[in-house]
Write a new protein. Structure first.
Length: 297
């Protein structure tokens, strides 16, 4: 597969209130967000030309910025409208949408009160993170990096800096022949994959780690709601690694991953089962139905 560099594409990107040609959407090399990770972002998906849970994503983007100590100079409604404008300009109906906000280049030091806050929104065609054959299940290695204590990082924000250990963990997993990595937290409790939440099926129930040191995903909450509508009990709790031996099914959730079965974690193997298949099907139907309903409205 030929990779198209992200700085050399056709199209338009929304940047600080204006649509600009893709190749001209640039920032200065001394931007604070690049040097000190004062940046937050969202990952969203459009289905049939409509972005699923758009307003929830826009609200979370603003909340993430506040957790990093800055105010994005647009309301959630304005961000919604800008995202929709980008989708319309792209000509895509199914797409991945990436809003990102960061501190600019007016001040270069740890302190950055004088910086301007920028916002950009781009979109591109991006199928499921794990590819078209993801229903076979993905293979996860155990990460050596751990999710940090919430008093050491703004763990409830979708902050760019928090993904550094995810990148390191995923690269190590790929080098070992796996698709991704499952991370523990600083207490050695199961937390999440490098960019997706994890669920275990144990005794017909869904068990998932409490999101007390990692992001409470929008897709995660959506899938939990879908499961409850089917009468499936959902348990949020502390989960230790040995408890994965009791799971009959495991799957990941996230905007990029959607609902993806897991077939291996370390040396332990699983088969995508009926609950996972139900939730894969119902989530796919939900995002399409929600898009069609918005078009009709």
């Amino acid at each position: 597969m030929t990779l198209i560099p992200f700085d050399d594409r056709d199209g338009l990107i929304w940047l600080d209130g204006a649509m600009v040609p893709w190749r001209e959407a640039k920032l200065h090399v001394l931007s604070h967000g690049l040097h000190y990770a004062s940046s937050v972002f969202e990952g969203e998906r459009a289905y049939g030309g409509r972005i699923f849970k758009l307003h929830a994503h826009s609200e979370r983007l603003i909340a993430s910025g506040r957790l990093l100590g800055f105010e994005i100079p647009y309301s959630a409604g304005q961000i919604d409208a800008a995202c929709e404008k980008v989708i319309a300009a792209s000509g895509l109906t199914d797409a991945y949408v990436r809003p990102v906000a960061w501190r600019g280049s007016e001040q270069m030091s740890v302190a950055a009160q004088a910086t301007k806050i920028h916002l950009a929104i781009a979109c591109w065609a991006w199928p499921n993170l794990f590819g078209a054959d993801r229903m076979k299940g993905v293979r996860l290695d155990w990460a050596t990096w751990k999710r940090p204590h919430p008093q050491t990082a703004p763990t409830q924000s979708k902050a760019a800096g928090l993904y550094m250990i995810g990148t390191l963990a995923k690269h190590a997993a790929e080098a070992a022949g796996f698709d991704d990595a499952l991370m523990l937290d600083w207490r050695d409790r199961v937390s999440e994959a490098t960019g997706a939440n994890v669920f275990l099926v144990i005794g017909g129930e869904l068990h998932t780690p409490e999101p007390d040191c990692f992001l409470d995903g929008i897709t995660r909450r959506t899938v939990m709601d879908v499961a409850r509508k089917h009468g499936i009990r959902v348990v949020e709790r502390a989960i230790l690694a040995p408890e994965l031996d009791a799971a009959s099914e495991v799957f990941l959730t996230g905007t990029a991953a959607e609902v993806t079965p897991v077939r291996q974690i370390g040396m332990k193997h699983y088969n995508p089962g009926p609950i996972t298949e139900l939730l894969v099907h119902d989530y796919a139907a939900l995002v399409r139905t929600a898009s069609a309903a918005r078009h009709a409205a």
